[in-house]
Design a protein around this ligand. Structure first.
Ligand code: NAP
Length: 540
């Protein structure tokens, strides 16, 4: 173990959008001596990890960037000429941000976080990495909502002679043209990947466990007029967050599904389908899609009929048609259902015909068929949210492990702080807002800087969440979830994708709206952090 010691004011973990934003705020706003570590060899976070073919943001490009950063917007926006941004362009945006903000010398890449322990005597964090030890007064973790990959153990997988890859660990040398490729998983990732792979592979087999709702993305080039308008009104769009529930820059409607006639309703769904976009379909049509069962069923029925009209083989269409309610993180695609009309694409519905075992040549299913494969891709998602923290030994006051603190489900205040973990902050931690992530990152980055500013000039002082306010925020998050149909589906949002993980009192997100989140978090900082104890070491 390398125990070379480096002392810094602040250590940031994670070189994605969250960590880079935190580093920017700590250095530019507060003048701290801060460094950032990341296990990857490049910045980009999720966009570096998920370099699978077809990786594309599904937030409209003018909104998939850091808010409140006019200079960065001006320096980079001209490159974003399409409605959605391809993954490599987002990575480049973050590389450009590092250079524009002069942060490169502060990056310690290929450096893995092993443990972080709060030294109560000195009120500092002692952080062990594989490249040495850091002692830092402030610790900011931006480990990613979706960065701890889920790799299920399929029977016989070790016998498979082909290559096995996970989408979040995409090998640069993987050539799939002409190959026989199997994909397990048809969430946002699998849908994007398969739509792209179907164009180049020899044969594609989708091993689908649960059919998913997905709507057209409607990706297209922006017109010059649209590009010009983003430049002039971007700051107005950022100021609209105070009245937005989700921060995606779409026109959020308050209209209810059954406020309109059957014909009007059909026309509104059709308009959204033609325009494209998952948040257009879920937020610009009707406001009650995820809270009213009949409203949800009406939207689901529209998508069911679309699938039947696109997919030519009726049995394949049946298998692709979701039977659960429409209440997972919404997906959009660039021709997903259409690929199942291609002769080189097959669907295996594993609830009807389970994977029995892997063998050297491929996968044998329960019906006895051998699906020969050269490559198996796991698009099987992540141990999400707190999952990113599970592999790291983080200990706060009284040596309490974060994993123990979260034994009954993750808890925090605003998704940013944890009781008993002084001077430690998370970007996109559990129980943060369920909104457009760059917006949450921008908001939380500013909030963390304000919190640190409140103690930074008093040597050794700490800021620490009161346990009762952690309880209160969990209650707020759970109350906001009441009546949500999302509670009824089994997805990563509540940890239900990982066997045994979902706990009764897990919220994972605050779904009360961005507007309310901004109001609550602004109040906290402008009122001098009433949910926190700020004190010098001797006072403890
Ligand atoms: P995901 O939504 O969790 O989907 C994982 C898929 O793998 C599901 O189809 C799941 O089936 C399947 N799966 C998992 N374990 C399995 C097992 N043991 N056997 C068979 N199938 C299994 O993961 P994801 O697609 O990577 O997406 C995660 C999140 O990342 C998204 O919701 C989104 O927030 C984000 N994302 C965003 C974009 C974008 O912005 N464009 C792109 C990609 C990802 P079941 O449904 O049956 O569990």
């Amino acid at each position: 173990m390398n125990d070379t010691l480096t002392e810094v004011d602040a250590l940031v973990v994670g070189a994605g959008m969250g960590g880079l934003t935190a580093l920017r705020r700590l250095t530019a706003d507060l003048g701290l001596d801060a460094v950032l570590i990341d296990r990857a060899p490049a910045v980009g976070g999720t966009w570096y990890a998920n370099r699978y073919p077809g990786a594309l943001s599904d937030t409209q490009s003018y909104m998939y960037q850091l808010p409140f950063e006019r200079e960065l917007f001006d320096a980079t926006n001209p490159g974003w000429t399409t409605r959605y941004v391809p993954g490599p362009d987002i990575q480049k945006y973050l590389e450009d941000a590092v250079d524009l903000w002069g942060l490169r010398a502060r990056l310690r890449l290929e450096t893995s976080l092993l443990s972080a322990v709060f030294d109560e005597e000195n009120s500092t964090w002692v952080v062990q990495t594989d490249k040495g030890v850091y002692r830092a007064r402030f610790l900011v973790t931006a480990l990613g909502l979706l960065s701890n990959k889920n790799v299920p153990d399929f029977p016989g997988i070790g016998d498979f002679a082909g290559r096995v890859v996970h989408t979040s660990d995409w090998p640069a040398d993987l050539e799939l043209a002409g190959k026989r490729v199997g994909v397990i998983g048809n969430g946002s990732t699998g849908v994007q990947l398969m739509t792209e792979l179907a164009k180049v592979v020899g044969h594609l087999t989708s091993f689908q466990r649960t059919a998913q709702y997905t709507v057209p993305a409607g990706n297209r080039a922006w017109t010059p007029e649209e590009m010009a308008s983003f430049k002039t009104d971007i700051e107005d769009r950022w100021s609209e967050f105070t009245t937005s529930k989700i921060g995606f820059g779409v026109d959020e409607t308050t209209r209810k599904t059954f406020d309109v006639s059957d014909e009007e309703r059909e026309a509104i769904y059709e308009w959204a389908w033609q325009k494209g976009g998952n948040y257009t379909f879920t937020a610009e049509t009707f406001a009650d899609m995820t809270s009213d069962r009949a409203a949800n069923a009406a939207a689901a029925d529209f998508i069911h009929r679309k699938i039947a009209s696109i997919v030519k083989d009726p049995d394949t269409a049946r298998k692709l048609t979701p039977t659960e309610i429409f209440a997972r993180r919404p997906i959009c695609d660039s021709g997903y259902f259409e690929i199942f009309n291609q002769p080189n694409v097959d669907l295996v519905f594993t609830r009807e015909n389970p994977i029995e075992t892997f063998v050297a040549e491929g996968v044998r299913t329960a019906d006895g068929e051998l699906h020969e494969l050269d490559v198996l891709v796991m698009a099987t998602g992540f141990d999400a949210v707190d999952g990113s923290y599970r592999g790291v030994d983080i200990r706060g006051r009284n040596s309490e492990a974060l994993a123990d603190h979260w034994a009954d489900g993750p808890r925090s205040h605003l998704g940013v702080t944890v009781a008993g973990f002084p001077n430690m902050f998370m970007v996109l931690g559990p129980n943060g807002p369920f909104v457009n992530n760059p917006v949450a990152i921008g908001v939380q980055g500013r909030w963390i800087a304000r919190a640190i500013a409140s103690v930074k000039d008093e040597p050794g002082a700490t800021i620490e969440l009161r346990p009762e306010d952690e309880d209160a925020w969990l209650t707020t998050c759970l109350e906001a979830l009441e009546g949500s149909l999302f509670l009824e589906t089994e997805s990563w949002i509540f940890g239900a994708n990982i066997p045994g993980k979902r706990k009764p009192k897990t919220a994972n997100f605050y779904v009360g709206g961005l507007d309310k989140y901004l109001e609550i978090s602004d109040q906290e900082s402008t009122q001098g952090f009433p949910s926190y104890r700020t004190s010098a070491p001797a006072a403890h």
